[in-house]
Design a binder for this molecule. Structure first.
Ligand SMILES: NC(=O)c1ccc[n+]([C@@H]2O[C@H](COP(=O)([O-])OP(=O)(O)OC[C@H]3O[C@@H](n4cnc5c(N)ncnc54)[C@H](OP(=O)(O)O)[C@@H]3O)[C@@H](O)[C@H]2O)c1
Length: 293
């Protein structure tokens, strides 16, 4: 297919991410119609070949597929409520971030209004859009993803379809964000600790990176096997052993006047499982402690 024959597409929302998405479509040769509340944010895209629509309704009318990326589902719901009749029969690919329930509610609204709806979660920063390392999760009707996978390819090197439950893309999104925030918070806590001994972040960080590569990363696959087989007994690093070690971390954090909230949260989970008689389990057993929250 020649570049000029690429499918038309509309992008609603030209924040940092929406602009990156629209730019990827323009570069791919799609006839790209754009709309943003603050109209001047379309100027650079128009200079590259996009068409700026004067309103949401005109933007929706211009293409069979609408890619939406605004700040929240609440904002999106408001835009769509005002243009429900225009959306009838269209395909919406919503790449706005929110909760799984936001996504399911949006899918319900779409079904009631004759709109075909795919939800998506962008696991990349705007600078990565269009590059091979960019990842986008999709959820919703399988045939809808299959029919639009090609159109969506310019956005990310990897587009992964997760299933018919429209909320599942946001579940994965939040899962990876949980991992991001908790692992980085662990790193920042570690840096605050070593700084107390006059060690710079740069001196410590190669050991942190090696620890992630050689200890933490392999522990993910091992934990997954244990969790899925519901088999946690270990002689390597039991909750009993970790319970003793984390006391040192909590005590030292307090002694240094550091915020010990992160370590005490983990300590509480470990102690709960030990009190329930699972001291011989591995750390992977903490997944059960989370479920008892
Ligand atoms: N940036 C990232 O790294 C990243 C990564 C993954 C996912 N995401 C997700 O992508 C979505 C967009 O993020 P972003 O980085 O592009 O955010 P952003 O730069 O803050 O842009 C927000 C967009 O929402 C629009 N908007 C906000 N309130 C509105 C309203 N009441 N009516 C109409 N439009 C409204 C803004 O329009 P105006 O220009 O008129 O304000 C703008 O287009 C978010 O859900 C975010 O979580 C972002």
């Amino acid at each position: 297919m020649s570049r000029s024959n690429q499918s038309p597409v509309t992008v609603l929302g030209l924040g940092m991410m929406g602009t990156a998405l629209a730019t990827a479509f323009v570069r791919n040769g799609n006839r790209t119609t754009v709309w943003n509340r603050s109209a001047n944010r379309a100027d650079a895209l128009v200079a590259q070949g996009a068409v700026a629509a004067p309103g949401v309704r005109e933007a929706i009318a211009a293409s069979p597929v609408i890619v939406a990326c605004v700040s929240t589902y609440e904002v999106l719901n408001g835009l769509f409520a005002d243009a429900a009749d225009e959306l009838k029969g269209k395909v919406v690919v919503n790449l706005t971030s929110g909760t799984p329930e936001d996504a399911r509610a949006a899918a319900d609204w779409a079904e009631r209004h004759g709109v075909r709806y795919l939800d998506g979660a962008i696991m990349a920063v705007p600078q990565m859009i269009g590059l091979p390392q960019a990842l986008i999760f999709y959820a919703g009707p399988q045939e809808l993803f299959a029919g639009h996978e090609e159109l969506l390819k310019p956005l990310a090197g990897t587009g992964v379809y997760l299933g018919e439950d429209t909320g599942v893309a946001m579940v994965y999104d939040l899962g990876l964000l949980s991992l991001l925030w908790s692992s980085l918070a662990g790193y920042f806590h570690a840096v605050a600790l070593v700084q107390s001994a006059g060690v710079s972040a740069e001196a410590f960080t190669p050991f942190a990176a090696g620890w992630i590569e050689h200890v933490i990363s392999p522990a993910l696959a091992q934990s997954a096997r244990e969790i899925d087989s519901d088999s946690f007994e270990t002689e390597v690093s039991s909750l009993d052993a970790n319970r003793a070690a984390i006391e040192h971390l909590v005590a030292t954090s307090r002694q240094l006047g550091l915020d010990s909230g992160l370590s005490t949260s983990i300590q509480t989970l470990i102690e709960r499982r030990v009190a329930q008689g699972f001291g011989n389990h591995s750390l992977a057993s903490l997944v059960e402690a989370f479920k008892q929250g």
